[in-house]
Write a protein that binds this ligand. Structure first.
Ligand SMILES: *[C@@H]1O[C@H](CO)[C@@H](O)[C@H](O)[C@H]1NC(C)=O
Ligand SMILES: *[C@@H]1O[C@H](CO)[C@@H](O)[C@H](O)[C@H]1NC(C)=O
Length: 592
């Protein structure tokens, strides 16, 4: 057994012993840092700890973990960077020890544990970011590159030589996080079963494929060929059928998501957006940019926002689960953006990844270091458009998959063909829209259809911008296209507390942030002048939370609320009016 492993076992058992002492029964819901636990890290006390806890080495050979190998991948990589073969090695021994000790570890402890043992087992030269480094160096990118996620304080450091290292997170190929030893055991059982079902020796021995993501970085699917499918049985709150992710393209990485949402959900989201009366949330001309968004002549579509609607919340949570994020974080996505493209409307090609070209922003958008940016986009299509109706999502830097090189049509020729067909006659010749349609007919596209859902990534697993993610919304040539998208961030996004910044905030910025989150006392009053607001009038926070009756004879309803919160006035369950808290004053009064 290597020295790291022995220390690792000790570290773990001692931490658990301490945890038991503290809580009188360990429930796995409390993470213990090394400082807190004062773990004995010298070999002799380690041996004592092992003895005290009656670990019998022979138990290791009986463990399921001694029958499987572990193939460790770096996040997003199709080839394993290292394999720990099945034998009674340090890793298996340690897992068996924990197993026989009946240890209940929380997910952070499991991750710390696995990081230490894989790093030790695989050694130098395997899985490290460069020659002569190890998994430790991959998992812990150092303070300059480690993104501080909302749960950063819960990470359990791994003993690494004389120092401590941040742990990786480990996932299945489908993005299910290895959050308990029981789950790892389940995977081992399955792998052993699969190997024993195998008709001949060609299938090899039982193996568990694990995908490691460095501390602070996101899981991403690692497709190796177009058409490859991932079955996501674990996705929470699915629509009943198993969600599958099918690879449409490798460069950019684009996937179809089958069985992701229902016709009913599409209709609910659309009805809500169309009925939205507030200026901020209802349909309006779309804007672009990081701060102080502005109207852009090449984005002619409109959008509405749904942040807290019941269906939007359900779909947002499903998106997180699909992306391999096991705990939903409101601060790591934008609202669901509902899109409307009327006839001829379009959005020229762009990145969803935000660029801070002038380098003047307070927030740090450099996700290749410790900043945050959008990393995944999930598109939901709500309309069936005819075959020649346009409205595709185009990735102009990629060609259709499988198209022979000699059949690629270059842009000037594509424009010529388009004009000859007369199919874009409603667009001005020479306009950016016309050029776009020509691109949309010759480059990689996704065609809209009702309940189709698509995922693509704007970042590589190491956080750098994937320039192949450049894409646009093609002009609509027939009918209207409705769609929605959810942008998920690789860190807490700007304007939420904890978002990465490039520098210290100035006192003015601190004040601004405080103002943004300052409590407002809002009062809703029924003047009795509008006969629509009868005795059945009610005040709701968003859609689901009833706050009070507001008939003509009811007293005013007072609430404590925050800037941007939305309050709905409903009559017989239908929203007739919405108010958004502006935050301009500490007290706001709304009269109907
Ligand atoms: C799109 O069409 C809808 C419905 O006809 C209309 O209300 C809206 O103003 C149109 N938007 C634009 C930008 O033309
Ligand atoms: C990040 O990953 C991309 C894609 O694999 C690669 O081209 C790039 O060099 C990497 N960047 C760094 C800083 O490692």
């Amino acid at each position: 057994m290597g020295i790291h492993s022995l220390l690792g076992v000790c570290y773990w058992l001692a931490t658990l012993a301490v945890a038991k002492d503290i809580s009188g029964g360990y429930h796995g819901d409390r993470s213990i840092s090394l400082d807190e636990a004062e773990v004995p890290v010298d070999v002799s006390s380690c041996a004592r700890a092992l003895k005290d806890l009656s670990i019998h080495p022979e138990q290791a050979t009986e463990s399921i973990f001694s029958k499987v190998s572990f193939a460790v991948h770096r996040s997003g990589e199709t080839e394993a960077c290292g394999v720990a073969p099945p034998s009674v090695t340090a890793l298996q021994h340690a897992l068996a020890s924990l197993e026989s000790y009946d240890a209940v570890l929380n997910k952070y402890q499991v991750e710390s544990f696995l990081t230490g043992f894989f790093a030790d087992r695989l050694g130098t030269g395997k899985c490290g970011p460069e020659e002569g480094t190890s998994l430790f160096d991959y998992c812990d990118e150092g303070p300059a590159r480690t993104v501080i996620q909302p749960d950063h304080q819960k990470l359990v450091h791994v003993p690494h030589g004389d120092s401590m290292s941040l742990p990786c997170r480990f996932y299945t190929r489908e993005g299910r996080r290895i959050s308990s030893l029981e789950f790892l055991k389940e995977l081992a059982d399955l792998a052993v079963q699969k190997a024993s079902d195998c008709p001949d020796e060609t299938c090899g021995f039982a193996a568990i494929e694990l995908y490691a993501a460095p501390a602070g970085r996101m899981f991403m699917f690692a497709p190796s060929y177009v058409g490859e499918v991932f079955e996501l049985k674990h996705v929470k709150d699915s629509i009943g059928e198993v969600i599958t992710v099918e690879t449409l393209s490798l460069e950019p990485r684009v996937f179809d998501i089958h069985n992701f949402f229902t016709v009913e959900e599409a209709d609910q989201l659309l009805t809500k957006a169309l009925g939205e009366t507030s200026e901020t949330y209802g349909f309006h001309r779309s804007t672009t940019g990081t701060s102080g968004a502005s109207v852009f002549s090449k984005r002619t579509s409109e959008n509405a926002w749904d942040t807290h609607g019941a269906t939007a919340q359900k779909v947002k949570r499903r998106c997180f689960s699909l992306l391999g994020i096991d705990e939903y974080e409101e601060s790591m996505s934008d609202g669901l953006q509902i899109l409307r493209y009327n006839l001829t409307k379009a959005y020229t090609s762009h990145y969803d990844y935000l660029e801070d070209k002038a380098n003047k922003e307070l927030y740090d958008y450099d996700s290749s270091m410790k900043g945050g940016n959008r990393f995944a986009t999930i598109l939901l299509y709500f309309s069936d458009l005819p075959e020649d109706g346009g409205g595709e999502t185009v990735f102009p830097r990629a060609w259709p998959v499988g198209l022979p090189v000699e059949e690629r049509v270059q842009l000037p020729e594509a424009i010529k063909q388009l004009r000859a067909s007369g199919e874009a006659d409603l667009l001005t010749p020479g306009s950016w829209e016309e050029e776009m349609v020509a691109q949309c007919r010759t480059r990689l596209t996704v065609k809209p259809s009702k309940t189709r859902a698509v995922l693509f990534y704007s970042q590589y697993p190491n956080g750098t911008l994937d320039t192949f993610s450049y894409h646009g919304g093609c002009p609509v040539l027939k009918g209207t296209k409705f769609a929605a998208n959810l942008w998920t961030w690789s860190a807490i996004r700007p304007e939420f507390p904890g978002a990465p910044t490039k520098r210290e905030k100035t006192p003015e910025e601190i004040e601004e942030e405080a103002a943004a989150t300052r409590q407002v006392h809002a009062t809703f009053r029924n003047s009795g002048k509008d006969p629509r607001f009868d005795a059945s009038t009610q005040v709701y926070y968003e859609d689901l939370t009833f706050f009070g009756n507001l008939g003509p004879n009811d007293p005013p309803v007072g609430v404590n609320t925050f800037k941007t919160h939305k309050w709905n006035i409903k009559v017989n369950g239908k929203t007739l009016k919405s108010f958004v808290i502006t935050g301009a004053n500490e007290k706001e009064v709304f009269v109907i």
